[in-house]
Design a protein around this ligand. Structure first.
Ligand code: SF4
Length: 499
């Protein structure tokens, strides 16, 4: 038997430029805001494109059935989502037409986790579905320019559009999550977010085309085009009235990239569930991941300085890119009146994690899971951490193991690691609820202590809030003082200001 016959690299079938007008590019989902705006980025470049639907539990089951049952649950979710989509479309249009009509774009990377092999799972699922020949395009997450199968030209203009779309929608998502728990009219934040995404889509569709890569880069860095769009989003959020004088626990979402990013059945709809339980959610920004990727390349270059004569120059470029990324995100944040959360410093995450997790251990979130937990505590950023752990994920298992050491030294850290495997929702949510109960107590105590410390009672705090109408606007940033909760910070802010 020729064993090597079982091992072969995936060969990308052709997607030619002249097919662009009739082929639809499908891409795997982030959260809905980013998906919609990335779709606009593709359209701006002359492609037909749409995100995949949000993955469901049925998709997870299909992924397990059609591909490797032992693969990590994010891989099963996205594989099954693709398979079920193709099944539905094949039933509607016929398998041959589906193969002609769609191209599926997947991001991957090299490294020690499954992320580098998702396409093998897709390929296996396609074979089991009888859909061999369906076109999969594999892109490298760390390269801004690469071949996309001829029909898809991954150039700097497209990549910068995707990065800027992520930065803008991260900022919008953060504003949304800081608003919804305090809205006085149910549904007002969701409507403002939908309008905000529509405004951003329009801005990205109208992005001028740049032929040269330097002109594209210079334009993205200097233009106020996206800042202006976000300012319009902020004015839309001005219309959302909030009452922040409510003690709510802040819950920071961390964990594996896919599970912490998506919003829906793939992570038990944890964002909405936490809000329904009375929490303010601190979502995981995708920009933190981009910042981390740059940090990893900086670390790799630092290790090569002694053996690579170009390493110093490359290192300088990587450091500049990282600064530009953070500076651009800061611009987006300020365009939303400074309400969205700022990015944590990668150097600080690395230093905090260092006693527990080595920064060169790559795969998954690397040392960030530990670093973010300690960063949250140090900066009083949340009362509790909800960490989403995928079933069958090696890097995450290592991080959770390291977290046992962290909790030994910081027993006051409220940490809820939830294993996500699609069929243990009740167990995972009840575990989360137990820790959330403690977080609620802390938020209430902190709120009461803030009132006692300032000599205000709730009625007086409300009277002062009513006298300052700006504080009822979602876009008024409340300074973060030495307490965690938005309610307690609002009390301190009211006490510090004029009555
Ligand atoms: S980090 Fe874990 S869950 Fe995510 S792709 Fe890698 S192995 Fe899978």
């Amino acid at each position: 038997m020729n064993v090597s016959a079982f091992y072969r690299a995936y060969t990308q079938p052709d997607f030619t430029p002249h097919e662009r007008e009739r082929v639809e590019i499908r891409f795997a989902g982030l959260h809905w805001r980013a998906d919609r705006v990335i779709q606009a980025v593709f359209e701006n470049q002359g492609y037909r494109a749409a995100p995949m639907p949000a993955a469901t539990r049925d998709d997870l089951m299909a992924g397990r059935e059609l591909a490797d049952i032992g693969q990590c649950c994010p891989a099963s979710f996205v594989t099954g989502c693709l398979a079920n989509f193709l099944r539905r479309e094949a039933a509607r249009l016929g398998a041959d037409e589906v193969k002609r009509r769609y191209v599926y774009v997947s991001i991957g990377s090299c490294g020690p986790c499954r992320f580098g092999q998702y396409h093998q799972g897709y390929e296996l699922a396609l074979r089991h579905l009888g859909m061999e020949g369906m076109r999969l395009l594999l892109l490298d997450q760390s390269r801004l320019e690469q071949a996309g199968g001829g029909g898809l030209e991954v150039n700097l203009q497209l990549s910068l559009g995707v990065v800027w779309a992520i930065l803008c929608t991260d900022a919008l998502q953060s504003l949304e999550y800081r608003t919804r728990p305090y809205e006085t009219t149910p549904g007002a934040t969701d409507r403002a977010a939908a309008d905000g995404v529509a405004l951003l889509c329009e801005a990205f569709r109208q992005r001028p085309r740049h032929g040269g890569k330097w002109s594209a880069l210079a334009w993205h860095l200097t233009t106020r085009h996206f800042v202006r769009a976000l300012q319009l989003v902020a004015r839309r959020f001005d219309e959302v009235e909030v009452d922040r004088l409510v003690p709510k626990p802040v819950v920071k979402i961390t964990g594996e990239f896919y599970l912490q990013t998506v919003e829906g059945p793939a992570n038990y709809d944890i964002h909405r569930w936490l809000e329904a339980e009375g929490a303010e959610v601190y979502p995981a920004a995708i920009a933190v991941w981009l910042d981390y990727l740059l940090r990893v390349s900086i670390q790799n270059l630092q290790a090569r300085v002694a053996v690579d004569r170009h390493a110093r120059a490359k290192l300088a470029v990587a450091k500049v890119l990282q600064r530009l990324l953070r500076w651009t995100f800061e611009r987006m944040r300020r365009a939303l009146d400074g309400v969205p959360h700022a990015l944590p410093e990668q150097a600080e995450l690395r230093a905090l994690a260092a006693p527990y997790y080595h920064h060169r251990l790559a795969g998954g979130e690397g040392d960030m899971l530990v670093g973010k937990a300690l960063w949250t505590k140090r900066h009083r950023a949340a009362h509790m951490i909800c960490e989403l752990s995928p079933y069958s994920c090696l890097p995450n298992t290592m991080s959770v193991g390291a977290m046992a050491g962290v909790l030994g030294k910081h027993p006051d850290l409220l940490y809820a690691p939830l294993e996500v495997k699609g069929d243990a929702e009740v167990h995972a949510l009840s575990r989360c609820q137990m820790i959330l109960t403690e977080a609620k107590k802390r938020a209430q105590e902190e709120f009461d202590a803030a009132l006692a410390r300032t000599g205000l009672d709730l009625a007086e705090a409300r009277r002062r809030q009513a006298a300052r109408p700006a504080l009822r606007r979602a876009t008024t940033a409340i300074p973060h003082r030495d307490v965690v909760g938005t309610g307690a910070n609002t009390v301190l802010h009211l006490a510090a200001g004029r009555a």
